[in-house]
Design a protein around this ligand. Sequence first.
Ligand code: IMP
Ligand code: MG
Length: 335
Amino acid sequence: MFADIVVDLQYGDCGKGKVTHALCKRGEYTHVIRYNGGCNAGHTIYHNKRKFVTHHIPAGVFFGLKSIIGSGCVVFPEQFFKEIRELEEGGIQTEGLVFIAENAHVITKEHLEEDGKDTSIGTTKRGNGPAYRDKYDRKGLRAKDVPELRPYLIDIYEELYLKNPKAAVLFEGAQGFGLDVDWGDYPYVTSSNCISAAACMNGIPPQSIRHVWGVAKAYETYVGAKQFQPAGDIFNTIQEVGEEYGATTGRKRQVNWLDLNFLKKAIHINGVTHLVINKMDILQKVEKWTLYKNGMKINFENENSFKEVLTENTVLDNRGIRLHQILFSSHKDKI
Ligand code: IMP
Ligand code: MG
């Protein structure tokens, strides 16, 4: 058995869905498993020239791979069934492919209602925080306790160890390093662990991890209650050109330049072996190449010098982590 992981290195919305989609196309995997989060996540996927937005269901389903909402996730049944319908209507077969770990927790209507009243964190109001709170308070409801989910339940141990000992798993994370409940800017975080280590909590031993695909953007965005975007028209321009609106809530994402030190920290803590920098095309369009290093803003003359500094500080200066590859992507549907 082996597993690869796709993890977001910033604040979500870096294009994990696209990377997962591209990796699935290679035909190496037998299973795709979402390892954290609930329907606060929104993955935008372009498949056969059609746009799909999924919140719960992992991208493996587009390739006929078994797609599991893992035990580290929380699931809202109504949203789950809506997605099944939308995928089927879009011509994607889901039958026999989409599963929910029987020990995943359920987001109830009460969780949704409670989260709907949030004003301090700027949550997605999808019931995520209250569902995780009840899980850890041992008052939660598990997927196996909900009759209508029964046809979709799966026992991950049985599936990966007893039935498919040669399983090749792609783990798909949700949210991102900067939103991780432990490593993010608490309390402006989500209620789960987003880092690569959280994939193992879904029943996979650390030794089986092969590659960790870290995904970042050429600039940063964040959605939520804290002030993130500095003053300056350029950030509004990037927001517009980059179409930076939340896939789940439609809120405008706040924009800032990429922070190289933060990116390096994320690479270290997630053990990134392959790095994808997305949305280079947006900086090409606005013709600005800027990032922060050691708290200083650095402006580059052109794209090449921006790329060089990113490569020098990640691939070359990797402090013992073997970062094999850095890919710069300028296309919304390919890496
Ligand atoms: P919650 O996860 O809905 O509780 O929201 C907590 C914080 O995480 C808020 O700032 C949300 O905007 C942010 N957040 C949650 N999920 C995502 C995501 O998938 N992408 C980007 N931000 C997210
Ligand atoms: Mg998203």
